[in-house]
Every structure is written in C-alpha cells, then in structure tokens.
Design a protein around this ligand. Structure first.
Ligand code: PMP
Length: 282
C-alpha cells in the first residue's frame, strides 16, 4: 500500500510524521475526503478547491496547486489499484517546537495522503438509517474543514452507542447539520437545507444535490429550519461524500413520515447515481 508524505509516494510502512507536527499537537490543519468510483475521482475539483479555501481561512498557503494535487491523487489511486473507495488528504501547518504562535514562514506544511477501499453503502441507502439529536457544541467556523473534530466525534460516538448512523446537530431550536454529513428535510415536495454559512460545512454532495435540483426543477430552499420542522417533515436525508444521499427514517426514536424512505429522496438518490455514472462511468 502506497501513501504520500510531503509530495513523495512511499510505502506506508516507511512513511513518518514528526511528533511535533502541528496537526498532531493542535489539530492545526485542514483535510478532504474524495470519493473514488471506477478508479476515478468524483467531484475532485470541487473538493480540491474547498481544500485551498479551508487552508486560506486558517491563513495557511498550500505548497501545491489544485492541479498538482489532482495529478498526485491520480498517481496514488493508480499505484494502489483502487477501484471503489476514498482518498484522504491533509495539510498541517508543519513541524516546529510546540508554540501556539504560527511557525516562521520557512516551515512548510506537512502533506499526507492515502487511499482506502470503501464500498457504497447500498443496504443503508436502500433501507434508510436511524439518527439521534444532539446539541451542536462545536465552534463557530464549521465552514472550515479543519482537523479539529472533537465536537463531531463526541456526537457521532453518542449516535453509534445508540445504534444510530448519525447525530443530527442543533443549536437551540435550529438544526445545523449532522456530525459527519449535511441534513435536509422535505416538506410538501420542497427540499429545505441550512444555508451555507459559518454554522455548517458546505458539503460538496450538498452542492451537487442542489445543482441537480436546479437542473431538474425540484424546489428547494437554503435556510435554517427548526426542530419542529424536522419532526413534522415528510422526509429527511443526510448527504456526504461516503454516504451519498442517505434516507433517514428515524429521529430520536420517532419515525420520519411513514418510517420508509420517501419519493423525493429516492428520486434524488437515482439522479445522484446518474451523476456518478456520468463522471466516473459504470
Ligand atoms: N458536514 C460535516 C460536518 C462533514 O464532516 C461532512 C463530510 N463528510 C459533510 C458535512 C458533507 O460534506 P461532503 O459532501 O463534502 O462530504
């Protein structure tokens, strides 16, 4: 298995990162996860652009352009003969003696990437998944895809311990997103999902779904919705790179609609699959 450390393709067993890497000590870095279907990146450019944006928001300059990163990822995918899975990549603010203050300009970011086989979650996508509610205790820059994921982890762990797929997060009465995905509801045929601001990560899957809605004249609103709207929704779904469009059939022990994936979500799943096949073949 090959990985990339600082731009070099290496065998995983010899790859090393320093104990004073700022990612390790502070979570001082940003990352991306890109889906691979048929050995090809899906929405790769969008993910790489978001990576550059996330880095900019934490005042970090990446030593590679999106185009260079794209070709490095292609090399890694092909060396690892990956068919269906993900590529994970992260940049930290580099290695230097521990100090909250940023290191001097000559300290280069640490770049790590690897691939992993991940099947499409076909069974869950077919049947739908259960969720819990949890207070969103994260910081106020959830738009940055940063390595600091403790708030997300605590919520996801709670969900896992309840036998659930996801924790739907809310700040008081307002639903924001999931611990590792974006959340949308459907009411009277209209899709409602939180606007892209500092309270959510603007998911690439979320954006792709909204683009599909525009093209197919499916009504949607980008606005915050409440816990009451969530509990009276006709349908609820989660979206994310690894989970695609995932029907949610239960929230905190209460069924969504009739407890089965609904027609709007089903339609979106099919249209999304079509988009994957257009980009990556089938
Ligand atoms: N929100 C959070 C908190 C996430 O971690 C993710 C990524 N899995 C998403 C939303 C979905 O983003 P994307 O569609 O780009 O994977």
């Amino acid at each position: 298995e090959y990985v990339i450390v600082d731009g070099e393709v290496l065998d995983r067993t010899v790859a090393k990162v320093d104990i004073e890497d700022r990612g390790y000590q502070f979570g001082d870095g940003v990352y991306e996860v890109i889906r691979i279907y048929n050995g090809k990146m899906f929405t790769g450019k969008e993910h790489l652009n978001r990576l550059v944006e996330s880095a900019g928001k934490i005042r970090m300059k990446l030593p590679f352009s999106p185009e260079e990163l794209e070709s490095k990822m292609e090399e890694l995918i092909s060396k690892n003969e990956l068919d269906t899975g993900i590529v994970y990549m992260q940049f930290t603010r580099g290695t230097s003696p521990r100090n909250h203050v940023f290191p001097a300009g000559d300290v280069a970011p640490t770049f790590v990437a690897y691939t992993r086989k991940v099947a499409r979650p076909v069974e869950s996508m077919e049947k739908g998944v259960r969720t819990i509610l949890d207070e969103d205790i994260r910081w106020l820059r959830c738009d940055i895809k940063s390595l600091n994921l403790l708030g997300n982890l605590l919520s996801k762990q709670k969900a896992a311990e309840a036998g659930c797929f996801e924790a739907i997060l809310h700040r008081g009465e307002t639903v924001t997103e999931g611990s590792h995905s974006n959340i949308s509801i459907v009411k009277d045929g209209v899709i409602i999902t939180h606007q892209a601001d500092n309270f959510i990560l603007n998911g690439i899957t979320r954006q792709k779904v909204l683009e599909i809605c525009s093209n197919e004249s499916i009504a949607f609103e980008e606005r915050a919705f409440t816990l009451d709207e969530l509990s009276s929704a006709d349908e609820v779904f989660s979206s994310g790179t690894t989970v695609e469009v995932m029907p949610i059939v239960e929230v905190d022990g209460k069924p969504v609609g009739n407890g089965e994936p609904g027609p709007v979500t089903r339609n979106l799943q099919n249209l999304f699959k079509g988009e994957i096949e257009r980009q990556c073949g089938n």
